[in-house]
Design a protein around this ligand. Structure first.
Ligand SMILES: *Cc1c(COP(=O)(O)O)cnc(C)c1O
Length: 222
């Protein structure tokens, strides 16, 4: 299957209002350009150096989404061009992104990453921390960040019920925050959940952005 066929097949499976983020990490520019030439304009990357290089060398009408753990000392490199950051996993990172955004005169759309999986190593806020953040109106401390929603990753398991349950937890948290703490905020509207193996389950639970790599570009060579 070609990259074009993969994108068509996935798009045919998902509702029009769900955004497909093509996760191009570890794939060379030449490969990523095949998706671009087919019309894909939204890509996800998880390493600073790689996204900077692709931004430099690829067409400028691409929206680059940052989806991986971001070290504070590298934030400054992506602020000039990054379209959105899905993986805000600490207050410290939020502070740094806001600081650099002020310096570089940008407003950065961000999602808070919430730890919904069973694995202990995954990054992110706990549900309680996330809820408290908005309950205490802490978003007001970060004027150059636009809070657009939440992101989460499910446990790596074949148990579909488990995965669906985790996605539902994130959806419920999102709705809770929206209705109780951000009722007038139209920006807070995105739920980034679902990857190659679970995007259908994620969409069933209300995902608005799916981050799909392998199903488009094939296996990654690390
Ligand atoms: C790599 C990655 C993806 C894409 O994973 P696939 O299983 O290849 O679709 C999605 N989200 C995040 C955060 C990732 O790091």
């Amino acid at each position: 299957m070609s990259i074009q066929e993969n994108i068509s097949r996935i798009k045919a499976q998902i509702p029009k209002d769900v955004q497909l983020i093509a996760v191009s990490k570890f794939h060379p520019i030449q490969t990523v350009m095949e998706a671009y030439n087919y019309g894909q304009r939204v890509f996800g990357e998880n390493r600073v150096q790689e996204v900077c290089e692709k931004y430099d060398k690829m067409p400028k009408d691409i929206n680059w989404h940052f989806i991986g753990h971001l070290q504070t000392n590298k934030v400054k490199y992506i602020i000039p061009f990054i379209y959105c950051i899905h993986s805000i996993d600490s207050i410290k990172l939020l502070k740094e992104v806001n600081k650099e955004a002020i310096k570089q005169n940008r407003i950065i759309p961000c999602l808070l990453q919430v730890h919904i999986a069973k694995e202990i190593h995954k990054f992110g806020f706990t549900e309680q921390e996330c809820l408290l953040f908005f309950k205490e109106n802490r978003e007001k401390e970060f004027p150059n960040i636009k809070f657009i929603g939440l992101m989460g990753m499910s446990t790596k398991t074949d148990d579909k019920n488990q995965i669906s349950k985790e996605f539902k937890t994130l959806k419920d948290l999102f709705e809770n925050i929206k209705s109780n703490y951000l009722p007038l905020n139209k920006d807070f509207s995105e739920l980034s959940m679902g990857m190659t193996n679970d995007f259908n389950l994620a969409i069933e639970q209300g995902s608005t952005m799916i981050r799909v790599g392998s199903a488009i570009f094939g296996e990654r060579q690390y």
